[in-house]
Design a protein around this ligand. Structure first.
Ligand code: GTR
Length: 323
């Protein structure tokens, strides 16, 4: 080997050994675009993990549905084919029953109430509850309030939605809640909603302002009825199969970084809500005032149907009692 070649080989060996063999770049999925608060929060978390593990671990976020819809990525994480998922609680309802509770319509009174619950022991209890489904709950993130939006005519009272085909998340609870309004629920992944609205497959959908804005649903469904019917939060979960391979110290670092990403996410979220409200109005969306009590009353029967055991009822009562 020539002197130059030996030099190159040595340099390569140093470069390779700079990254320990056990270094892992975890993969995390998100349906939202690169600059959405949930995506930015996990990227920030990655920086903290990288720093605290001396570069051994980090997270690469695959944004914008790159790895599939929420249902699919949840399943990938359960079997250990994906390390992390950032999803809404609703698609978890079928596999982790405690997540039905924070998905319930008209449960949280305000953003402050939601944050107080999620930051306390009840939040911790709900995060832990998904472990038996193969997922370790790391954090809850905000998701604002979800409202109904429609293409052809505004909805002010439940009767206005009668017979309309409304896209819902893939959750039995939302199928039932929309049916309770007299509308026809159309469960489908988030990534398919724009086309469904554009082709008339559905007459409307429901979501918070930042999703309505960034998904460009407002280009087609211009009537945004302020039902604010749910504050179902987002979750960040790690595959238990992957989690169990980590040292206690690495688990601690990941947990702490997830917790530290929450206040950061909330600041981004509050800002995003403001920006999205302005953007949707600029784009010609109309915000419609509604009879909120009528929507609350119409959806009430789902409480009896979905809060099937004493533990869930107790959780709801404790949440309602939280100040
Ligand atoms: C958004 C949420 C996504 C996804 C989406 C949906 O508010 O952030 O994770 O659940 O709603 O409606 O599918």
């Amino acid at each position: 080997m020539s002197f130059a070649c030996r030099g190159l080989a040595a340099a390569l060996a140093v470069a390779v050994s700079a990254l320990p063999a056990w270094a892992v770049e975890f993969r995390s999925a998100d349906v939202h675009p690169e600059d959405y608060p949930t995506v930015l929060a996990v990227k920030r978390m990655s920086e903290e993990i990288r720093q605290k593990t001396g570069g051994r671990h980090s997270i690469r976020v695959f944004a914008g549905n790159q790895l599939g819809g929420e249902k699919e990525t949840i399943e990938q994480a359960r079997v250990g084919a994906l390390d992390l998922v950032r999803i809404n609680v609703a698609p978890m309802n079928g596999i982790c029953p405690a997540t039905i509770v924070p998905t319930m319509p008209f449960l949280f009174r305000s953003k402050e109430h939601l944050r107080a619950v999620l930051d306390g022991p009840l939040g911790e209890e709900m995060l832990r509850s998904c472990e038996s489904a193969g997922l370790v709950g790391l954090a809850f993130y905000d998701s604002g309030s979800r409202s109904l939006y429609t293409v052809k005519k505004p909805v002010k009272v439940p009767a206005d939605a009668k017979g309309m085909k409304i896209r819902v998340q893939q959750s039995e609870l939302w199928i039932a809640a929309v049916r309770a309004l007299g509308a026809q629920p159309m469960p489908m992944p988030y990534g398919e909603v724009f086309t469904a609205l554009a082709t008339g497959l559905v007459d409307g959908a429901e979501n918070n302002e930042p999703s309505y804005d960034t998904s460009r649903h407002h280009e087609i469904a211009k009537f945004y009825s302020l039902t604010e019917h749910s504050m179902a939060p987002e979750m960040l979960l790690m595959s238990k199969k992957v989690w169990d391979t980590l040292t206690h110290e690495d688990q601690r670092i990941i947990h702490e970084a997830a917790r530290n990403s929450v206040p950061h996410m909330r600041a981004l979220w509050d800002e995003k809500e403001r920006a999205s409200r302005a953007a949707m109005l600029r784009a010609g969306a109309q915000i419609i005032a509604v009879d909120k009590q009528a929507f609350r009353a119409a959806m009430k029967p789902v409480y009896d149907r979905f809060l099937t055991d004493a533990a869930m009822k107790d959780l709801v009562a404790k949440i309602q009692a939280t100040r």
